[in-house]
Design a protein around this ligand. Structure first.
Ligand code: PA5
Length: 447
């Protein structure tokens, strides 16, 4: 099977190749060893490292069986979660789905997956509930901690709605909870209500959890092959976790750190396929939460080209020279579409008549790369053969392992997220949550 590839040729005018390889030997290889031996900071969160190899077939079969129950009993399944309990499933489903699936009628046995709990938008929740009023729906509620406010609000509303639409007993059959084995309000609720549950292991952090039931169940409900997804990740685990030289995870991690040291403080993940928009969102969380700490870390941004060349293109070409790009290039599109010839040729497009749309897209990609590199924006290029479950599995594991290596090169703990708590405690203080009385007084004094 083909593999994803990493090419750094368009970086070496900014950072010489020998510098990157020196960093690889001096820092990336020891970082990978630290991950494997579990001797680095955050070593209680390394469950993702060999997860593809540790995932037994029967576990995947159980997830598929529960997904099939939901597929057979629902037209819509709302996946409730935020951050790591949302982005992985959303990224994979969007990458594999037909771009207009949302507007197509529901087919029996093939429900549409909707998302909630990833915001506190009152209009979003109101409109979702209005939409679901006359629909057969189920809920997957996902929260590792079981205490996160956003999904808790959405779940409270949706649970009440489902129970009033189909009764408590039937609602209980259409709700699946994914949470900690023992702790948290969601675990207690699931036990009391008798929901089917899956466990998120303690040693797998939210942003590394897409290959656990957190990501796999919604992806299976959407009709995609989670065995192939995990198989792709396993291939990448075999390729990169124990490999000697030519390790693409070490190469990517070293290159981005070398660029960071050379003053390139922002990494823009670029795609030329709109199906990868949410993959960029997943990647932003993975790298942002893992590396942005101790007042360090590359700022992860993402754009969709060529769409954003018409909005962000000017800045990238000509703004402050503190950025580099990592381009995900999909070699082969799933469908073919040629540009038709037109007798009048008023739009002047006949010079590309007969060419495939993807050929034009590839020239946009190549032209942009040359322009950006000439303009002082180094490019790392990641090539993925096609958008399939296997290759997405490879890409997910590639970015996860590279992230662990990169975080250790940067000398941060890549597996905690202390900064995420600050807004939560302020929000709780402002909402006068019991237990926050002193914080409420302190914050009100600031207003
Ligand atoms: O990476 C993380 O740990 C966070 O972003 C979480 O994924 C997010 O806050 C959701 O947490 P939980 O699954 O506990 O509701």
């Amino acid at each position: 099977m083909k593999k994803i590839q990493v090419n750094i040729n368009s970086v070496i005018s900014t950072v010489p190749e020998n510098e990157i390889h020196a960093l690889e030997s001096a820092a990336a290889k020891p970082a990978l060893e630290k991950l494997k031996s579990g001797t680095g900071e955050g070593n209680d969160f390394l469950g993702w490292l060999d997860l593809p190899a540790r995932t037994p077939e029967h576990h995947l079969d159980e997830i598929i069986a529960v997904a099939n129950d939901l597929r057979n009993s629902c037209d819509y399944v709302v996946s409730v979660g935020i951050g790591g309990s949302y982005l992985g499933a959303k990224a994979v489903i969007e990458a594999l789905a037909d771009s207009f699936d949302a507007y197509a009628p529901v087919k029996p046995g093939s429900p549409k997956v909707l998302f909630a709990g990833q915001n506190i938008g009152e209009d979003y929740l109101y409109e979702l509930q209005e939409f679901l009023k006359d629909k057969k729906f189920g809920i997957i509620v996902i929260s590792k901690s079981g205490t996160t406010t956003e999904p808790a609000i959405a779940f409270r509303l949706l649970k009440e709605q489902l129970e009033s639409q189909v009764g408590k007993e039937e609602a209980g059959k259409r709700i699946v909870a994914i949470t900690d084995a023992k702790r948290g309000a969601l675990r207690q609720l699931a036990t009391e209500e008798g929901y089917k549950t899956f466990v998120i292991d303690d040693n797998v952090g939210g942003r590394f959890s897409v290959l656990t039931p957190v990501g796999l169940l919604p992806i299976a409900v959407a009709g995609y092959d989670i065995k192939k997804l995990v198989k792709g990740a396993l291939d990448m685990q075999h390729e990169c976790l124990n490999s000697g030289d030519d390790n693409i995870c070490e190469l990517y991690a070293s290159t981005r750190n070398a660029l960071y040291r050379a003053g390139k403080k922002t990494e823009i993940l670029v795609n030329y396929n709109p199906k990868l928009h949410f993959f960029g969102e997943w990647w932003k969380q993975l790298y942002g939460e893992s590396e942005g700490k101790d007042h360090k870390g590359i700022f992860p941004a993402a754009v969709d080209f060529s769409t954003d060349l018409h909005s962000m293109g000017q800045w990238i070409q000509d703004g402050e020279r503190t950025i580099f790009e990592t381009v995900i290039s999909v070699e082969k599109s799933a469908h073919e579409k040629a540009i038709p010839s037109d007798a009048a040729n008023l739009d002047g497009l006949n010079y590309i008549a007969g060419k495939r749309v993807d050929e034009v897209n590839k020239m946009a990609e190549l032209g942009t790369r040359i322009a950006h590199v000439d303009g002082g924006v180094p490019n790392i290029r990641i090539t993925i053969p096609e958008l399939t479950e296997e290759y997405l599995g490879q890409l997910i594991y590639f970015f996860e392992l590279s992230c662990g290596i990169s975080g250790y090169i940067l000398d941060v703990n890549p597996f905690n997220q202390p900064g995420v708590e600050a807004y939560k405690s302020n929000m709780f203080a402002l909402l006068e949550k019991p237990g926050y009385e002193e914080a409420t007084k302190a914050i009100q004094a600031k207003l």
